[in-house]
Design a protein around this ligand. Structure first.
Ligand code: ATP
Ligand code: MG
Length: 399
């Protein structure tokens, strides 16, 4: 431990409350990925300075931040250095250790709080939380140990076995068709606590990003319709092409999650829509979300600006949509034959390109995204897909 002393209790209470943090102040960010990069840019454009803490040396956020502390998320010296300099700290990825957030909260304002992040870090807690909040979830069973595989699980097959902790982009999950495969799948996932979920017939997937401030005010963005490819978000279409009552139900459910978690910050709830129109809650991301990237170009206030506003105790911004938008993720496979020809995207005057400054393009790695704005969803989707096909053709990827 270094020499920085713990803040007195009274001061800690003031940190937690909604005192305004003026532009010019330093904000801390745990994590150096693209979500952090977009947060950093939004905060800087309002005059804040950002210090990123992450272990890497060339991270997307670290390379645009005012300062970078190269340290692990459990490194006490690094955390203390961050807390000593920053008026408030936020996070850009959900697997930041809750104990690090608790440690920081003794010194400065932290949003979101460790307790709300902890719920989203653990699928078992998350499912219980969602059900207790009145949201329907896919039928599931907790498989904490191999002994739990003895119970009757036939009604959950075919299913998906998901590790309770540390999964993302479909990693840490295995599809299981038959009972015999379960034991092997459980072992392959490390024998760690899992949930077995029934594989439901997805008509489509939705997500809703919401924000809640220290003044308890809530805001929600229009619901996105999401398409995945190989377990990774591929395309988000906004507004989602679903009946208005369903979009409204998703917004209300996501707002209920934020309020019930006593959440301060930006979060996203992912949903499945079943063929009979039922809405199932899949998971909570306690941070801005990939499916909310469209808000940068298509909304009055982006999810990242809102994250900065909440963190600084500023009033929430308007989340209204300027018009239909389609966001497409740009993954590393597009670099198979060298730098993609971005004119395929920028050819469309209402397309906005965002690249994250990653040096190495690997298949499946999120390198950037683009958003196409148009007068109708159909037009935005048509142009977004045409740009994507051109990029893929150049990279030798067949449709
Ligand atoms: P991400 O980080 O991209 O959100 P993740 O690793 O947290 O992914 P999930 O969101 O649980 O994993 O699942 C990834 C995708 O797999 C979902 O978006 C959905 O397409 C599919 N999927 C997950 N659970 C089910 C299910 N019970 N039935 C059918 N499809 C599912
Ligand atoms: Mg997910």
């Amino acid at each position: 431990m270094s020499v920085v002393s713990a803040a007195p209790a009274l001061e800690a209470a003031a940190h937690a409350a909604g005192r305004m943090i003026e532009p010019g102040a330093f904000l801390g960010l745990l994590g150096g990925g693209q979500l952090g990069r977009m947060f950093t840019m939004a905060a800087q454009s309002m005059g804040y300075r950002v210090i990123v803490l992450d272990p890497g040396s060339h991270s997307p956020a670290g390379s645009v931040a005012d300062e970078h502390i190269a340290a692990g998320y459990l490194d006490t010296h690094g955390l203390q250095a961050l807390a000593a300099r920053c008026a408030a700290v936020t996070t850009e990825f959900e697997n930041v250790p809750a104990e690090s957030l608790r440690f920081l909260a003794r010194h400065c304002r932290v949003s979101p709080a460790a307790d709300s992040v902890a719920v989203a870090q653990d699928r078992i807690l998350e499912k219980r939380f969602l059900a207790a909040a009145g949201l329907e979830v896919a039928p599931y069973a907790v498989i904490a140990t191999a002994a739990d595989l003895e119970q009757d699980l036939a009604h959950l097959l075919p299913g998906i076995l998901k590790r309770s902790r540390l999964g993302y982009d479909g990693k840490g999950q295995m599809r299981v068709e038959r009972r015999e495969e379960l034991v092997a799948a459980f072992a392959q996932l490390g024998g760690e606590p899992c949930v077995l979920e029934q594989r439901v017939a997805l008509q489509l997937e939705l997500s809703c990003v919401v924000a809640r401030g220290f003044d308890d005010r809530l805001a929600s963005w229009p619901v996105a319709e999401n398409r995945h490819a190989a377990g990774i978000l591929d395309v988000s279409i906004v507004p989602a092409r679903v009946p208005a009552h369903l979009a409204q139900a998703a917004r209300e459910a996501a707002l209920a999650v934020a309020a019930r978690l006593d959440y301060r910050g930006v979060l996203c709830v992912e949903f499945f829509v079943l063929p009979d129109g039922r809405l199932l809650a899949n998971e909570i991301a306690p941070r801005p979300h990939n499916s909310g990237h469209y808000t940068i170009d298509a909304c009055i206030t982006s999810q990242f600006e809102q994250q900065a506003r909440v963190l600084c105790g500023m009033p929430l911004g308007d989340t209204a949509l300027h018009g239909p938008a389609v966001m497409v993720n740009v993954l590393g496979e597009l670099w198979a034959r060298g730098e993609p020809r971005w004119e395929h995207v920028l050819h469309y005057p209402r397309a906005k390109l965002h690249l994250y400054g990653k040096h190495e393009a690997r298949p499946g790695r999120k390198m950037g995204h683009y958003t196409v704005l148009a007068d109708s969803v159909e037009e935005a989707l048509r142009d977004a897909m045409a740009a994507r096909e051109a990029l893929r053709a150049d990279a030798g990827i067949r449709a």
